[in-house]
Ligand binder design. Structure first.
Ligand code: PAF
Length: 282
């Protein structure tokens, strides 16, 4: 596996691959790799000649300094994981100045309201930071296909909008959430849970499955009340938000239309760990 630590070395490599007509699949990450990331590479491997990943903890998408500092970093271990997987041909580990040559500032995007829903409410500026780094990485790597996990479903929708608005010739793919055996969505944050917290956190996915059973059987308000009740009775857990939104707009819905797709979104704090999950309702 090739490792590029600067924009220039990556550029030379990409030029060579493009000249050879290679189809490039790309999965960017912030490191702390786990099986969820590996599932992105596995899909990318099947659909491309070459798979590239990146490891870059993007400062502009963090809302506070403490969160940024606490973010787990272990690039050498990540490189070992990538190597061992056998799915990745090259990895880009840029310096901050390779991504932000003009200084650490986000661009300002109009994601047509997608950025104002859910995560956008509690994390102002977060999606501008994500947009800035993803645009830069996509311009440098020039992939044919790029892969993002559905766990961050709002991020995925925003990246699709970004690529559409900028008219980048890249297909964005969402990859299904990789779950632990208990159903808990795989996340680097799970490492911060004690084993009893981890066990208790399976209730998040179980609740989403119940919501799917209740979908179109009882009203949205009844579903919301039941979800609130579940978490009020869970010690050490706090429900930050639960919403059922239209998949196309991510707008919270008060009524289910027959011909529209809906998804349930949830954020729960388990101790001081913020866990996010979602489920398509059918
Ligand atoms: O989902 C992530 O890991 C990050 O938000 C991304 C897309 C790599 C941008 O920093």
């Amino acid at each position: 596996m090739e490792i590029f630590r600067s924009r220039q070395t990556l550029r030379n490599y990409i030029e060579r691959q493009k000249e050879m007509g290679k189809k490039i699949g790309f999965a960017p990450t912030m490191g702390a790799l786990h099986k969820g990331h590996l599932s992105l590479y596995e899909v990318a491997r099947k659909e491309n000649d070459l798979v590239i990943s990146s490891i870059f903890v993007n400062p502009t998408q963090f809302n506070n300094q403490e969160d940024l500092e606490k973010y787990p970093r272990n690039v050498e271990n990540d490189l070992k994981i990538l190597n061992k997987s056998g799915w990745v041909d090259a990895v880009y580990v840029p310096e901050v100045t390779d991504i932000y040559p003009q200084g650490l500032e986000s661009k300002s995007y109009d994601f047509q309201g997608l950025e104002e829903e859910m995560e956008g409410k509690s994390r102002p500026g977060h999606f501008d930071g994500v947009g800035t780094v993803v645009e830069e990485l996509l311009r440098q790597v020039q992939p044919d296909n790029a892969y993002f996990g559905e766990k961050d479903y709002q991020q995925l929708a925003i990246i699709k909008k970004l690529v559409e608005t900028l008219k980048l010739p890249i297909k964005i793919h969402g990859v299904a959430i990789y779950r632990e055996e208990s159903g808990l969505a795989m996340s680097s944050r799970n490492e911060r849970l004690s084993s009893s917290q981890k066990d208790a956190a399976k209730i998040i996915h179980q609740t989403l499955l119940k919501v799917n059973d209740w979908f179109r059987v009882i009203t949205i308000h009844e579903i919301e009340d039941r979800v609130k009740d579940i978490f009020e009775n869970e010690k050490g857990m706090q429900l930050e938000y639960f919403e059922i939104a239209e998949e196309a707009t991510l707008k919270k819905t008060d009524f289910f239309y027959k011909d529209r797709d809906y998804r349930a979104f949830i954020v729960v704090h388990v101790g001081d760990v913020r866990l996010i999950d979602n489920l398509h309702l059918d």
